[in-house]
Design a protein around this ligand. Structure first.
Ligand code: GDP
Ligand code: MG
Length: 716
């Protein structure tokens, strides 16, 4: 018979690290919550018939977040042969809170106290024997990272499968135990004995999902309600608070009897945190770090390599070599044009930015894995909270700097529906890796490689998220209290070279893969529609690109963008192709500006581009494309997460209108300030700014909690 070992534990306790060690797989390990939303399965190394399941990280078994539902449904319905409960040994109180709930489930359980290495370093001594006796199940200390104690944990898990825990009985106060016993007696005596206690606790907390699952009649519900109310009156609190209070008390006693803590000194981590999370320094440091990351990756180091790759490699060497081959092979002129002016110019333009992308991923990887990004989430939560937003939205944004699709999916960790929707709408405002080539291209072609362009784009994204958040929160659609955000700050660690290299390579390589597939196809298509057109009554190759099919499409819609300062068909067409994949903007500009004298100097494409736009109009194109509707893949993710067409259309519409307004204001007010141009659009831009300020500072729509509790009118 095969055995399933379910790994359960708090977010960030090391489940995935252990899962990888046990199964030899390479799931993403991250030190912020929400990285594992769905469960993952694998086989125990050397035991083909033992399955290991990595459940999402949870703090409790209440049904309040999607992770909790996934984990608890799996445990209750699938009944794995054994639960391996991973406990972060450096944070026993919070972690054991879940442990007590798992044991109450009555399934065979082994508790693995993880992070033994850190415990030992701190000088704390943990008495696993006492813990095991009090919990009524085997307890073992391990380090998932250093792979110590893992074999012992596996051995214990295999031995324990089929042996339910002795159970946690009679640890709570008399009044509570009395109520639980009554509930068991009244409605649960037909259920398996192991799980009765858990059901009783769930029912005591008025968990309607459980009442439904057990098929209780309304008389039964009324009956146990009397027991619950009696206990509530006796202890003068509501049932959920009673339960969690007594549980914490019990866990507190458990910890103080089994952990002999060494006297605490401020660790280096704590000292760094005193500065980094300081009330006044936190934000400036965050801005400095991000600016530094983008500066190094995009400007100094990155630009140096990218210049060479763009100017010499893709600018001269590749085109020369390819045109040499094409001549030698004597291919048709149209095909040689397609390959040189289409594929080499377009895909080459995108691939030219590969070094910068890799560098940026490596830099972001370092900032993440050393633990700083966890602090950023913490810092931004405090800022966000003050303006009614939740720091939970930051994790999707962080993931979104790689790619918007997983970023949008990570919004699932937000329980509050309104907050979750808002995060789905705003996550793609942050520049993903596909938008970096656009930023780098404009920085190079128009802004003389100014260092501030990339950080400015990043902070424009953050500002768009905050402003949208505040504006949306004040509307009836999104009004809600910001979700509380609990996370531990992991100690700072030196990034591990291997893991860093792997994650950089994986993220960077998917960028290259995209260039070889979707971008390649797009540039071929763009080359065709920019080379063919209606001339002399038929479809044929056109001399002048202005007569091409592409130009006529661009010319038809360009009027929308005239007020934004870039009503020329090339930029409009590039923006449209950006909906397929954002790198296409660069590819399209490469095709459209790459025709002609490319062989002379590599810089030709960017020089032509630079001559076509002013700084203001280029910034307007950039801002519009950073904020407008994302690529189709991300739109698909938004559609899936919204589970509803209306919300999907609202999201896409909001993003596009917002982007249009912001670009308009930038351009029109910029023209006014720099060139003194004042027209009807300047007035409209001023009106939009005024409207924005009003929306930001007006009194918002508030949710009345007391009404929700009474089950009357939810919003008032
Ligand atoms: P999960 O959220 O439970 O899946 O946790 P992860 O496996 O993603 O690990 C969270 C963080 O804890 C990562 O940075 C790991 O490298 C780190 N970690 C995991 N196990 C250990 C351990 O035994 N010792 C130390 N020092 N760090 C660990
Ligand atoms: Mg995980």
């Amino acid at each position: 018979m095969s055995i399933r070992i379910a790994l359960a534990g708090n977010p960030n306790c090391g489940k995935t690290t252990l899962f990888n060690a046990l199964t030899g797989s390479r799931q993403t390990v991250g030190n912020w919550p929400g990285v594992t939303v769905e469960k993952k399965e694998g086989h125990l190394r050397g035991y083909p018939d033992v399955e290991v399941v990595d459940l999402p990280g949870i703090y409790s078994l209440s049904p309040y977040s999607p992770e909790e539902v996934v984990a608890r449904t799996y445990l209750v319905e699938e009944k794995p042969e054994v639960i391996l409960n991973i406990v972060d040994g450096t944070n026993l109180e919070r972690n054991l809170y879940l442990t007590t709930q798992l044991i109450e489930l009555g399934l065979p359980t082994v508790v693995a106290i993880n992070m033994l290495d850190l415990l030992q370093k701190s000088g704390d001594v943990l008495d696993t024997g006492t813990l095991s006796a009090k919990l009524g199940c085997p307890v073992v200390a391990i380090s998932a990272l250093e792979k110590t104690g893992i074999d012992e944990a596996v051995g214990l898990a295999l031995q324990t499968s089929g042996v339910p825990p002795k159970g946690l009985r009679h640890h709570y106060s008399g009044a509570l135990e009395h109520a639980l016993a009554h509930i068991e007696e009244a409605v649960l005596h037909d259920e398996p004995e192991n799980i009765q206690h858990w059901y009783a606790i769930r029912l005591f907390e008025r968990d309607s999902k459980i009442a439904e699952k057990l098929g209780l009649t309304s008389e039964q519900v009324d009956h146990i309600e009397k027991d619950i109310v009696a206990c509530e009156e006796e202890l003068d609190n509501d049932s959920e608070s009673i339960m969690s209070f007594e549980r914490y008390e019990w866990v507190g006693r458990l910890v103080s009897s089994s952990l002999h803590a060494a006297p605490r000194q401020l660790s280096i981590s704590d000292k760094i945190d005193q500065i980094v999370t300081n009330r006044f320094l936190a934000l400036p440091i965050f801005i400095l770090v991000i600016t530094g990351v983008y500066y190094l990756a995009m400007h100094s180091l990155g630009a140096f390599i990218t210049d060479w790759v763009n100017d010499v490699f893709f600018g001269k060497m590749v085109p020369d070599a390819v045109s040499g081959w094409l001549e030698a092979l004597e291919v048709d002129e149209w095909l040689s044009n397609l390959i040189l002016d289409g594929i080499v110019a377009g895909v080459g333009a995108v691939l030219g930015f590969v070094p910068q992308i890799f560098l940026l991923f490596a830099m972001l990887g370092i900032v993440e894995s050393c633990g700083y990004m966890a602090r950023v989430a913490f810092i931004l939560d405090q800022v966000f909270h003050r303006i009614g937003l939740s720091g939970k939205s930051f994790i999707p944004i962080l993931i979104g700097t790689g790619c918007g699709v997983p970023g949008i999916m990570a919004s699932r960790t937000i329980e509050n529906e309104a907050d979750r929707r808002m995060t789905v709408i705003t996550t793609t405002f942050i520049p993903c890796s596909a938008k970096l080539p656009i930023i780098a291209m404009f920085a190079g072609a128009i802004f003389h490689e100014a260092w501030w362009v990339a950080p400015a784009a990043y902070f424009t994204g953050i500002a768009a998220i905050v402003i949208s958040g505040v504006i949306l929160k004040k509307t009836r659609l999104f009004a809600s209290d910001p979700a509380p955000f609990v996370m531990e700050l992991p100690p700072y660690r030196w990034p591990r070279a291997g893991a860093l290299f792997r994650s950089t390579w994986e993220r960077g390589f998917s960028f290259i893969k995209k260039a070889g597939t979707i971008i390649l196809l797009s540039t071929i298509l763009i080359w065709f529609v920019s080379s063919y057109g209606w001339s002399e009554g038929g479809l044929g190759m056109v001399e002048n690109m202005e007569d091409s099919l592409l130009a006529s499409v661009g010319n038809a819609v360009k009027y929308l963008f005239v007020p934004l300062g870039w009503g020329d068909w090339k930029a409009v067409v590039a923006t449209i192709t950006g909906l397929i994949a954002k790198e296409n903007l660069v590819g399209t500009f490469g095709v459209l500006y790459g025709v002609g004298e490319v062989e002379e100097t590599g810089k030709e494409i960017w020089a032509q581009l630079g001559a076509s736009y002013t700084g203001l109009s280029a910034w307007s194109i950039l801002v519009f494309n950073l904020l407008c509707a994302p690529c189709f893949a991300a739109m698909g993710a938004i559609r899936r997460e919204m589970e509803n067409w209306k919300w999907f259309l609202f999201a896409i519409g909001y993003q596009s209108v917002f982007a249009w307004c912001v670009a308009l204001c930038f351009y029109q007010l910029g023209m006014w300030v720099t060139a003194g141009v004042f027209g009807i659009w300047t007035a409209i831009a001023l009106a939009l700014v005024a409207l924005g300020v009003y929306m930001l500072f007006r009194k918002g729509y508030t949710v009345r909690i007391e009404n929700m509790v009474n089950g009357e009118n939810a919003v008032g």
